[in-house]
Ligand binder design. Structure first.
Ligand code: MTE
Ligand code: HPA
Ligand code: MOS
Length: 755
């Protein structure tokens, strides 16, 4: 089954926030953000802005009717800056006018006086000064201090990864419409309707039941709209409440880039110890997470970094500590992988460092330490592992020996171009790391014409979750997919939703749909049995009713009508909560994940050693899908994840200056992968596994894991650089941009040139 939105997307007919027909009288907002990263506000002068043509009103912290607070995990993030500003672009005022242009123009007339305070942009500096969002956490396995003396080889180093713009095609935004009876409907581009509802409730003082947050679809979220859609919705709602007019704010790209948080940059220190057979005996790692100016989701992201700090490897002695460091950058937030990629980069760097020092291929160390079923993660869960199966299949299927030989042959015969190859195994845990978030609801109606309507808390952001929900309902009722529609996500229809995130959306909401449909099906079967004179073994098949293995002549539609006539309910609301998961944060042990997703990628790169430019020849993957319920969509998720991961590792470079101002604030200064940077070849092999699992229809979550195959791109390039310049001492510092590659290629010469 194709993605149900495919045709409408292609024709430009799909409705995004900006396509919603406007109600007459709609007003438009513009945000004025702090021009400095840290300081005390002395004066905020909106007088001139208020006099500008078309301006209706300028809102500041004084106009907040509830609390001036949008922090999700903890209340440390004001909606409007009041006495202090903590990052460049921190909202200080919201101008509302009759047009977007008028609002923007007036925002430019706002004047502020801010006494500057010292600006911190480096997480290690923040840690030195005690600027932590939450106390540090440490995950432990084994007895690391006893393990070091047993190690034959010990290596230490540092690894840095930079942030990443979400660059969803649709920017952040909201449209608040006043309804009767003191209620507001907000169309929001959010992954988390309930989070928006909560934040708006807090800011306005209205109860949650007065707020209908409606989401048709997103033009991408990638984590950027898990927690950071709240503020814009709150601004629109607040203005709507004061003015009793519809208010819309859809962020200009430049504002979105400056004001919203990104993937967390990390700086980390590692120490790794191996025995003489290259078995990793000990791994110690310290992560410094650059959280930005407020908590946002940083503590949860930090937690997932710890969960994934050993990637696919079993290491018997581990000590991993993480600091969430407060800096004067916009609060960094969820981004595909949610801290996992940052953790995995460091263990891969530690292995690469060991391999380079020992003069062996990294893959030798990687393979030797791959985890097996029954191995314990540092957080106590026992693995049901496909790590070795994926690796082995990749090796055989893609003829790794032959690929390696071709790279070596190429490098022998080419002086100014070099190739590099890297293996990238991935292991990613599925479930929100916060156990309570692993619940979902669905509401299913069957109408008297036999058509079916499904509502869940799931948000469609391109990942295809609506298509999968339709597949679930159609499969249970055994009817055509055209008979099922998924409705826009709404907090009045489905309450208390978790964000569409953690790759778990289809699992959680799909299971709820499954439960609701199954309950209706059971009632329908009872009706059929009565209608058919007490026949047993009722089964629905392809829109027909079967009994005792024979077709009865009764259709799905007739059965539905019969149930209605008998006054049997054709609707159901179901609640699903992932069974068996738990985590005890006081011991940092438990069973936090429903299951893990595994895979192995072979990444091959070609580097132009005169210019530092590179391209990716191939990414060849064996991926553990369980049993994919939609191979077309799942393949798309893998391809997209790989390209997004390669972008993070190689070309996307966020630059803040020392004053905390974003320098890479345009699409000409911030390079994302385009069609030319996509690998020439992406091969995806489906490792179909027979084992039962907690995924919907055993079809394992696929949204985030493939991003981490992109980490292989860094190491493939690194290997190409080393093929040209074997003595280079390249820091583990991503992204490995063409500039950095060029520096690496000629490092020694540059050193000579510099004396
Ligand atoms: N795919 C598309 N097209 N657009 C997106 O915004 N977000 C990713 C991933 N794939 C995203 C995407 C992220 S960060 C997550 S957590 C998952 O999709 C969320 O959806 P799922 O839980 O249904 O996999
Ligand atoms: N993943 C994604 N989003 C989240 C998580 C998680 O584990 N926890 C809270 N929000
Ligand atoms: Mo995805 S980072 O969990 O929205």
């Amino acid at each position: 089954m194709k993605h149900i939105d495919a045709a409408a997307h292609t024709r430009g007919e799909s409705i995004y926030l900006d396509d919603i027909p406007l109600i007459r009288g709609t007003l438009f907002g513009a945000v004025y953000g702090s021009p400095v990263a840290h300081g005390i506000v002395r004066r905020l002068d909106t007088a001139e802005a208020e006099q500008c043509p078309g301006v209706v009103r300028v809102f500041t912290f004084r106009d907040v009717t509830g609390e001036n607070q949008i922090g999700g995990i903890m209340p440390d993030e004001p909606l409007f800056a009041a006495e202090h500003v903590h990052f460049c672009g921190m909202p200080m005022a919201f101008v509302v006018a009759v047009s977007e242009e008028a609002a923007k123009h007036a925002a430019g007339k706002i004047k502020v006086e801010i006494d500057p305070l010292p600006v911190i942009t480096d997480p290690r500096v923040a840690k030195e000064r005690g600027e932590l969002i939450v106390p540090p956490r440490t995950f432990r396995l084994g007895e690391i201090d006893e393990a070091w003396p047993l190690c034959e080889y010990i290596f230490e180093g540092r690894a840095d990864t930079n942030g990443q713009e979400h660059l969803y095609i649709e920017t952040q935004g909201a449209y608040a419409v006043p309804m009767e009876n003191q209620t507001i409907r907000i169309y929001s581009s959010t992954q988390a309707p309930t989070a928006v509802q909560r934040a708006v409730s807090k800011v306005t003082g209205l109860a949650m039941h007065a707020l209908d947050i409606e989401v048709g679809r997103l033009g991408g979220g990638f984590g950027g709209k898990e927690d950071q859609a709240n503020g814009w919705a709150a601004l629109c709602a607040l203005a709507c409440l004061h003015l009793r007019k519809p208010v819309k704010y859809s962020m200009p790209r430049a504002d979105d880039m400056v004001m919203t948080g990104k993937r967390h940059p990390y700086s980390s220190d590692f120490k790794i110890g191996l025995d003489k057979d290259f078995k990793i005996l000990a791994y110690a790692v310290t992560f410094y997470q650059n959280a930005g100016a407020a908590a946002d989701l940083s503590p949860a992201v930090m937690e997932r970094t710890l969960f994934h700090c050993t990637n696919s490897y079993f290491i018997p002695n581990v000590r991993a500590t993480a600091y969430s460091c407060r800096t004067n950058l916009p609060p960094n937030t969820a981004f595909r992988g949610f801290g996992g990629p940052q953790g995995m980069f460091v263990i891969e760097a530690a292995i690469a460092k060991s391999a380079e020092s020992l003069g062996v291929p990294a893959s030798l160390i990687q393979e030797r330490n791959l985890q097996q079923t029954g191995d314990e993660f540092p957080y106590g869960q026992k693995a049901v592992s496909e790590a070795r199966a994926c690796w082995r299949k990749a090796e055989e299927l893609y003829d790794l020996g032959e690929l390696r030989a071709s790279v070596e042959e190429y490098n022998r015969t080419n002086r100014l171009f070099k190739k590099g190859l890297a293996m990238m195994p991935v292991c990613f845990g599925i479930s929100f790391t916060k156990t309570l978030m692993n619940q979902a609801r669905a509401q299913v109606h069957v109408y008297t014409d036999g058509s079916v309507s499904v509502s869940t808390g799931a948000v469609e952001m391109g990942q295809g979750v609506n298509t999968k929900m339709i597949q679930v309902a159609a499969a249970v009722f055994s009817i055509d997919i055209d008979m099922v529609k998924v409705q826009a996500t709404s907090t009045w229809k489905i309450a208390n939703t978790s964000p569409s995130a953690a790759s778990a959306t289809a699992d959680l909401n799909g299971k709820a749909v499954l439960m609701a449909c199954t309950a209706i099906l059971e009632r329908l079967k009872e009706v059929a049995a009565i209608e058919l004179g007490g026949k047993a073994d009722i089964v629905l098949k392809d829109g027909r009713v079967w009994a005792g293995g024979e077709e009865t002549g009764m259709s799905w539609k007739q059965l539905v009508m019969a149930a209605f006539v008998r006054r049997v309910s054709l609707s159901e609301h179901a609640h699903y909560a992932t069974p068996g998961i738990h985590f005890d944060a006081s011991r940092e042990k438990g069973h936090p994940f429903a299951y893990h997703v595994y895979g192995t990628a072979i990444v091959m790169a070609t580097l132009d050693c005169l210019r530092g430019r590179y391209s990716f020849d191939a990414v060849k993957v064996v991926h553990d899908f369980g049993v994919s319920m939609n191979p077309v969509i799942d393949r798309g998720q893998i391809e997209g994840g790989i390209v997004q991961g390669i972008g993070w590792m190689t070309m996307e470079e966020i630059v803040y200056d020392e004053e905390g101002r974003l320098r890479s604030n345009t699409l000409s200064a911030y390079k994302v992968p385009d069609i030319y940077s996509v690998p020439s070849q992406i091969d995806i092999d489906f490792l179909n596994t027979e084992q039962d699992n907690l995924a919907i229809f055993r079809s394992k979550a696929v949204g985030e894991p493939p991003l981490m195959y992109g980490i292989g791109a860094y190491f493939a390039l690194r290997n190409a650089i080393r093929a040209f310049n074997p003595s280079v001492e390249l820091p583990f510092n991503a992204p490995l941009t063409p500039e950095k590659a060029l520096m690496g290629l000629y490092e020694n010469q540059l050193k000579y040139a510099g004396g």
